[in-house]
Design a protein around this ligand. Sequence first.
Ligand code: ZN
Length: 293
Amino acid sequence: MSHIHRRQWMRSGLVALSQFLIGKPLDREAEAETRRGIFDAHLHIPSDNGENFQWHLVTRNMNEFVAYLDKCGVRRGVISSSWSNKAQTPEDYRQGNREVAKYVERYKGRFRGSCVITPFRIDEALREIEDCHRQFGFVWLGEFCNYMTNYRYDTAEWTEVMNLAARLNLVAQIHATAKEMQYLAETFPKTTIVFPHLGGSRDDIFARIDIVAKHKNAYIDLSGSGIERVGILEYAAREIGADRVLYGSDFTINEPSAVLARVQNAFLTTDDREKILFRNVERLLAHAGGRKT
Ligand SMILES: [Zn+2]
């Protein structure tokens, strides 16, 4: 750590302490510093074939997608393909994942790619996960959404997906109900799992946070319902620990800056805010990949 870095580090520590004491939002300088690093753990790209999760299309292609993220101050993110999520055949998710790889390459340094499969033809699905990891360097899987093509997580096939993720040390982002979360987090302790969404109802929110808090292999991303309830982010950071809470938006379906507004106004230390906005996902990505010994 250089002298300058140490000074900056001490300064940010003091800023964090003062904000913790008075509960103030970030000052302008700290805000600018944080915004530069914002990393969205949950992005769905618009596909070249027109597939797009947006309910009424306003960002139809990758240029418009990136321009909108710029408008929101989101510079980086993990991207996956909605085409892969809705795959009817392995060829569909292979096409979607290759589109992701193409855009990771085109926007170098801005996005990390994620592989999505469906487990119906399990041998092809497992091969695709290995291919995406080896050929494209993907270390992230998902967001998996079982409701889109109607599969279950408590099956022999899905167990193979989770075990491969653990063996290759990949992060699996899984859309799940509270019951499914409990099953997945408990059954696959060696797999790092990111569960999107705080929850739809009051009971759901507290149940989901409780499950993540109790399982060290589990993380939560803040996209979707729940984040708009003031205080829930602070509760999640207290119960789970800020190290396992990730900023994610679910763009193109949801608004990136809505989640950001809550994170930036929340009663958190600067340190915890930075962990949530980018440091945690950076750490997950840096440590993922390669076989566990
Ligand atoms: Zn999503």
